[in-house]
Design a protein around this ligand. Structure first.
Ligand code: ZN
Length: 410
């Protein structure tokens, strides 16, 4: 059964919210306390023992762990173990220079992650266990979560409560099992991801839909300008970075939903996506950090296509080797980089002329399914029908200077 992650609003009275925040704050204390003791142990014995037994022993000495929130203390203990495990893995690969996982910032509200037990979701009502029967403190809290009418889920597998510093609210993240739709279609589609054209999507009938990438480009350019003028990691800098991310996410949602709806309408059962290598090659960004930021929207987009596809009963594959699909002529197969002309036109000496991303999408289709949607049995290549979209785009907007939005802790 497919799993998806939902972010939902919490509706809790102020008392419940205060309890949640307090538990999260205590979790940070416990987290840092455990780390501190583990580091000390390491200095003395040159060993790190992250067994539950040893951590429980340390916990007994921590003043915060004796409070009311024994359940969240357990959750935090497991998070420390996870942090150390991934630290060891990175260390083995030589990817970290640090001596140990880092401490959490003072005043940080740690997320409470419920993986197997300790929570109950009934309709929109959530009950969380913060403590066990020991002591007479807070044992359970309940609150309502906002309903997501677009997604029907069977069961909640995981639940985490996290503080969103931008909205200043406590939010819930649910990992839910969803029932996939019945899909009786047999159609196929191929997607080429790019910069100017975010997605070029080729269908069985030889038609191609192009989704403009202008919004990401504009937002990115604007962001670069901002970054040059503001101090890195300043309040304003972070505020604008957050807005930029939200804007891109919003537009990616509109685009992917439109495409998946179109696929359902056309009876598509499977979608292949060319890999991201092409995108990385085409962009001249020196720094590694920039590159990571650059690829982020595409990763996000692929994830959206995957889960939306899953909900619609469509299989989305993103491991197709794109190879040189962007510079290969779809009609005669010649591989020639210079055929990619300015303004995204692909012109080959054999007479084939197409928008470069249309050409790329058709090549990905042919590579994945061993048949071209535009080549007839006689060898004649039909001109693809391309439709272009720029959805939901209203330009770049700068967030208002509302400093209260950024207050980090209560
Ligand atoms: Zn050609």
């Amino acid at each position: 059964m497919p799993l998806i992650t939902l972010k939902v609003q919490i509706h809790a009275d102020s008392q419940t919210e205060a309890i949640l925040k307090d538990a999260m704050w205590c979790a940070t204390k416990v987290y840092n306390g455990l780390l501190w003791h583990l580091r000390k142990e390491y200095e003395e014995t040159v060993k790190v023992n992250i067994s539950r037994k040893n951590l429980n022993r340390i916990l007994k000495e921590l003043p915060r762990a004796k409070g009311y929130y024994s359940m969240s203390v357990q959750l935090t203990r497991d998070e420390v173990r996870e942090a150390y495990k991934s630290f060891f893995t990175l260390k083995k690969k030589g990817l970290v220079q640090h001596k140990a996982p880092g401490f959490r910032r003072k005043g940080y509200l740690s997320p409470l992650k419920y993986v197997q037990s300790g929570f109950k979701v009934e309709g929109d009502k959530v009950t969380l266990s913060l403590g066990t029967s020991r002591g007479d403190g807070v044992k359970q809290v309940s609150f309502r979560i906002s309903h997501r009418p677009d997604i029907e889920y069977e069961r909640v597998r995981e639940l985490s409560i996290a503080y969103d510093k931008f909205s200043g609210r406590v939010e819930a993240r649910l990992v839910v099992e969803v029932k996939a739709c019945e899909n009786s279609g047999a159609g196929k589609a191929a997607v080429d991801l790019g910069e100017t054209i975010l997605m070029a999507c080729a269908f069985d009938d030889g038609s191609v839909i192009l989704y403009s990438g202008r919004f990401i480009k504009c937002i990115r350019r604007y962001w670069q300008k901002v970054r040059a003028n503001l101090k890195q990691n300043s309040r304003r800098w972070k505020q604008i970075a957050h807005r930029k991310k939200k804007q891109i996410e919003h537009l990616l949602h509109i685009t992917t939903s439109h495409f998946i709806e179109e696929c359902v309408r056309r009876g598509v059962k499977e979608i292949v996506i060319g890999n991201l290598n092409g995108i990385r090659e085409n962009i001249d960004y020196g720094e590694q950090l920039n590159q990571r930021l650059h690829v982020w929207p595409y990763r996000k987009l692929i994830n959206m296509l995957k889960y939306k596809g899953e909900l619609a009963g469509i299989l989305v594959l993103d491991n197709v080797d794109e190879g040189s699909t962007s510079i290969t002529c779809h009609a005669c197969g010649e591989i020639m980089a210079s055929n990619r002309r300015h303004r995204g036109l692909y012109v080959c000496s054999c007479g084939w002329k197409a928008q470069a991303d249309v050409n790329g999408a058709l090549n990905i289709y042919e590579r994945a399914y061993k048949v071209s949607p535009v080549k007839g049995s006689s060898g004649r290549v039909a001109r693809p029908v391309a439709v272009s979209f720029l959805l939901g785009w209203h330009g770049v907007t700068e967030p208002k200077r509302k400093d209260k939005l950024l207050r980090t802790s209560a």
